[in-house]
Write a protein that binds this ligand. Structure first.
Ligand code: NAD
Length: 265
């Protein structure tokens, strides 16, 4: 199928490099004709993202640190003056102090990092949705990225799991509020992917290999697969879907026990 996103314009937040989940999504949408604006966090990432933006014909590459409300406002001011309206928005942003992404949640979690993690990884989705609201066309679609550590305990995921639980609840509240405008809000709960953010979690390599061995498909997913699922959720193909947490994790979330051959080891 070609041109699924022809005539649609959207903002993708969270490309750090060509391993980023947001980049998998950007490629899938651009291949279907979407016009894409990208944000980057800080000049060092900006230099890395520029050639990626060029490769998909993205003319709007804007700085944005979601800890700084003014930079968020400035992104949407630019979108308003350059485009006037918006069809989709992707929020693929997460951060926590990696020192608190290992060990017992009970022992390592501080007030400061709890607050910072919640603001960057969860609240920022509400804030960008507020700015996007007046620009979104009917039929518009918002998407964020979450992880199964929100629903079940994953060792070391700690405060990020708590933030992702908040983010998933936010998806439902935003979906209810945006419904009357004909705008949809969903999340993809992705399996582990080797990215900068993913590498910050304690014992990431072991978790990656455990999920690889124990998911029904017996492998992990890649950013292109996440991109294809995002394409569905951001296009009119999913026009009846909102408030959904869609798992793209090789089916890992359905398992309640390790596979038998793992237990016999
Ligand atoms: P990544 O490191 O490539 O992307 C994370 C992005 O968050 C980066 O672009 C970074 O610049 C941005 N970011 C962090 N703090 C920010 C701030 N203050 N302001 C603006 N941007 C900020 O890693 P990724 O794995 O592609 O992460 C994207 C999303 O996917 C995150 O929400 C992450 O939690 C989620 N996710 C990742 C995995 C995984 O295994 N990698 C699995 C499920 C969900």
């Amino acid at each position: 199928m070609n041109g699924l996103m022809a005539g649609k314009r959207g903002l993708i937040m969270g490309v750090a490099n060509d391993h980023s989940i947001a980049w998998g999504i950007a490629k899938a949408l651009a291949a279907q004709g979407a016009e894409i604006a990208l944000t980057y966090q800080g000049e060092a990432f900006g230099r890395r993202v520029k050639p990626l933006a060029d490769s998909i014909g993205s003319k709007l590459l804007l700085p944005c640190d979601v800890e700084d409300a003014e930079t968020i406002a400035s992104v949407f001011d630019t979108l308003k003056s350059e485009w006037g309206s918006l069809d989709f928005l992707v929020h693929a942003i997460g951060f926590s102090d990696r020192a608190q992404l290992k060990g017992r949640y009970l022992d390592v979690t501080t007030r400061d990092n709890f607050t910072r993690t919640m603001v960057i990884s969860a609240y920022s989705f509400t804030e960008v949705a507020q700015h996007a609201a007046p620009l979104l066309n009917k039929g518009g679609s918002l998407l964020t990225l979450t992880y199964g550590g929100s629903m079940r305990v994953m060792p070391n995921y700690n405060v990020m799991g708590v933030a992702k639980a908040a983010l998933e609840a936010m998806v439902r509240y935003l979906a209810a509020d945006f419904g009357e405008d004909g705008v949809r809000v969903n999340a993809i709960s992705a399996g582990p992917v080797r990215t900068l953010a993913g590498a910050g979690i304690g014992d990431a390599r072991q978790m990656f290999s455990y999920q690889q061995r124990n998911s029904p498909l017996q492998r992990t997913v890649n950013i292109d697969e996440i991109g294809q699922s995002a394409l569905y959720l951001l296009s009119d193909m999913s026009s009846g879907v909102t408030g959904e947490i869609h798992y793209v994790d090789s089916g890992y979330n359905i398992m309640s026990m390790p596979r038998m051959n793992e237990l016999r080891k």
